[in-house]
Design a binder for this molecule. Structure first.
Ligand code: NDP
Length: 330
């Protein structure tokens, strides 16, 4: 059983040397536990923030395995609830096999491909849907601005907003990515934040201002976006990826002034807060996939050993759509 542990916690940019691949004995499930074979692991910007601590879960420490949302096959079960051969969603660690409490895993339908359980019908789609619908409250004709637009969450936010009749503007890194966001994801416009002059580009792309800003990045991009908000606009605080991989954080300098003057509402959320509405989300996403209004983009990296590179690359922006690591066959 191969496992990737944290060799050393990073203080600044994450590098391969912060991880270690080790061989361990096959774990044995105890009473009420299951042995899982990991098929797919979700690679999330959050993996990096868990290494910093001060998030919604326990900090990851040196020596720990990296926690991950995973789709797994049950190999052995000591619980009547779960059977050998079931496909489940579970919190695993970066490893070939893992043991966990049976009551913590969720039985999943055997959809094809299984990767959709992590992308459009999984954490990416749910984060986009719940954040946009429950906090953004979009109305047809409104302008929705979304950062990390070519990423997993951002791509679905924009496509859902388009399906609802909004004007959708993305922010992404590089001209090629921006063109992809417009051509493939169907955004009305996408601006490149890496090239500079973001404010000028936002002014051109959002002639009627911004009603909803779905913020995946925080920092200076949030500062610029706030300046384009319309009165009574909503800022959906989903994440702050620009702050996860650096020891020199930059916050918006226009807070709280701009929030006061424009009567803005800024609200954060964690996708699990809306678990009670997950079935509604999946039904809506299935409908939009069937009508072609939502396209599924996945970025699958093969091999457990490539998980560190996949996370480092995600933080540097080398993914389009939901990044996953395939550890074993479906
Ligand atoms: P993505 O698939 O969106 O990939 C991350 C993208 O972020 C990269 O592709 C990169 O694209 C962009 N990026 C990286 N660094 C910067 C930077 N300094 N400034 C601007 N953009 C940057 O990853 P995730 O789906 O995992 O995460 C997206 C966001 O959603 C994160 O903030 C994450 O924490 C949050 N999240 C929140 C959840 C919640 O419950 N609240 C649940 C899941 C995710 P580019 O080339 O455009 O720079």
């Amino acid at each position: 059983n191969r496992q990737i542990t944290i060799a050393e916690l990073p203080t600044d940019t994450l590098e391969p040397r912060h991880f270690q691949l080790t061989e361990t004995d096959m774990p044995k499930p105890g009473e009420g536990e299951v042995l899982l074979r990991v098929i797919l692991m979700s690679i999330d910007a959050a993996n990096r923030s868990w290494m910093r601590g001060a998030t919604y879960r326990d900090a990851v420490k040196a020596g720990d395995g990296m926690p991950t949302y995973a789709i797994c096959e049950v190999m052995e079960s000591n619980s009547p609830r779960i059977a050998k051969g079931d496909i489940v969603a579970a919190e695993a660690t970066w490893a070939d096999y893992t043991v966990t409490k049976a009551h913590k895993v969720q039985k999943m339908p055997k959809v094809e491909p299984l990767s959709h359980l992590m992308s459009v019908y999984g954490i990416a789609g749910k984060t986009a849907f719940h954040g946009l619908m429950s906090i953004g409250n979009p109305l047809p004709g409104e302008t929705v601005l979304v950062s990390a637009a070519a990423g997993s969450v951002g791509g679905y936010v924009g496509q859902i907003a388009k399906a609802l009749g909004c004007r959708v503007v993305g922010i992404a890194g590089g001209a090629e990515k921006c063109k992809w966001v417009e051509d493939e994801l169907g955004f009305d416009a996408c601006v490149d934040y890496r090239e500079g002059n973001l404010s000028k580009k936002l002014a051109a792309a959002c002639p009627n201002g911004v009603d909803i800003y779905f913020d995946n990045v925080g920092g200076k991009i949030l500062e610029s976006a706030l300046n384009f908000m319309n009165e009574r606009g909503r800022v959906v605080c989903c994440g702050a990826i620009s702050q996860y991989d650096t020891d020199t954080p930059t916050g918006p300098r226009n807070l709280p002034g701009v929030v006061v003057v424009k009567r803005l509402r800024m609200e954060g959320f964690i996708v699990m807060d809306f678990a009670h509405d997950d079935a509604k989300c999946v039904r809506a996403m299935q409908h939009w996939v069937s009508t072609g209004q939502i396209k599924v983009f996945e970025d699958i990296v093969d091999g457990l050993e490539n998980a560190p590179k996949a996370l480092i690359g995600l933080l540097a922006g080398d993914n389009k759509g939901k990044r996953l690591v395939r550890v074993g066959a479906d």
